[in-house]
Design a protein around this ligand. Sequence first.
Ligand code: ASP
Length: 577
Amino acid sequence: MCGDARPEHVGETMTLAGWAARRRDHGGLVFVDLRDRSGVTQLVINPELAPEAAELAHSVRNEFVLRAEGDLVARSPETVNPNMATGEVELQVRSLEIVSRSTPLPFQLDEENVDETLRLRYRWLDLRRDKLQRNIRLRAQMVGIIRREMEAAGFLDIQTPILFKPTPEGARDFVVPARLQPGRFYALPQSPQILKQLTMVAGFDRYYQIAICFRDEDLRADRVQEITQLDVEMSFPDQEFLFQTMERMYARIWRECLGIEIETPFPRMTFAEADRRFGSDKPDTRFGLELEDATEATRGSAFGVFAGAEAVRFLRVPQELSRGDLAKLEEVAKEWGAKGLAYLVYDAEGEVRSPIAKFLSERELERFAGEPSSTVLFAADTWATTSRVLGALRLHLGRELGLIDEAAFTFLWVTDFPMFERDEDEGRWTAVHHPFTRPTDAWKDRFHEDPANALAHAYDLIVNGNELGGGSFRIHEPEIQARVFDLLGLGPEEQRTKFGFLLDALAMGAPPHGGIALGIDRMTMVLAGEPNLRDVIAFPKNQAGVDPMSGAPSEVTPQQLDELGIRLAPPPGRTPS
Ligand code: ASP
């Protein structure tokens, strides 16, 4: 291969094939960097030694496919390139063949900051770049390890259908018209959740799948509509076994892909603790800057904003922030729902500077007393809002003040999530994980009496503040499942039409079961240190859900619509002409 030539091969005759990455034509000698997936070797074509090859070499352009035969020779000391793995040698070409030509390129492979739409339009070229080659190979290596680990732990790869029924994971469904059943639609699975549960009822006891899940989301920078996940389920679930299997798998991925030993077992934290200390259900534990609570200390405060708030919490920043800094932080706080940002700034002498200091009692000031050169930032609001605001400020400050150890990987299990949350707009309860999630043993018989506080046997896996995925133990008793559906506002009829098959299955000898799903795309991003989600996917769509390469999604012919019995209405927002 082009990347393999070394000094010990000098004197050997070889044939190399690959792409012309770069050509330098000095009138006499022609140099071509020949590239394949393994690397680059320099070809030298000397018109005196190989006149025909030299003639041909003049017409070579970037990304032509070439085959070259010749002798490997040592480079003279002054032409050795220490930055290239093959930099001590070059191929003295005897014969050259242009195997395939290329039209002029829309961008050069070594060009930086190429517009992403252009890159996606010519993805086959884009994928030839080093970074994308590395990301896609890393992903394949990781998936290989995942499969080996899952099989070693006794999990069976079972494929589930893509054309199915809606599976609730909280997103919108993609639907596919069913030609053979006019007026009916399949939904693409948002996850194989119900199907994997059925594999448990069917007696397979340990299932896994590298599954594609379809979620018709409004796209944000870190979202795609087709996500790939490692999907796992087991009967008679044992949380320790499940966690250990995942930890062993991650340790091996990090060891084999990055040469890094990560520490296992991963630390664990309940949702309540994560929320209290970090204002987040996916805390970045690479740095401290934890939230503190002053609700008690400010009861009856002369400062009305504190006195009247459900919760008063604060962050202690180890720096004397300027007015300018504080104004910027207030903007961040407001984006996350704060009405304002109260603060106490302590200067180098420890003197406090703040518009609110005069309202605070001795006792309150003592509670907040900071080190010299520090700043206390407050949020006073509902508990949930203080979490959201201070959690966001914490992350912002962690980045701005350089508190984050960028080389670290901190894995964390977050456990004991709430079962339900209130959708205030629709005035109803929704499932935090999904409706098949089991209440903890303590809540099993009374979750419906106090849904706001009921806890689920659910867990998430976090790395560096990113949610890699999550799972739960499931409800295997049809009565409990029906009671959860009730609470979520699903009447008996709707339960039957949507989930009748699941309730029937649970009524025919369902073993206890539970599992997890972990995002492969996100995992690759963390592993590759790649901030762009689309750059860990070979053929991604853009943020509008469009593939600039093929033009998908595209229109269908009137005949196809006729066969489906579909007539198109004018696009929303436009009036018919
Ligand atoms: N089906 C869930 C999801 O896709 C994961 C699980 O509960 O196993 O998030």
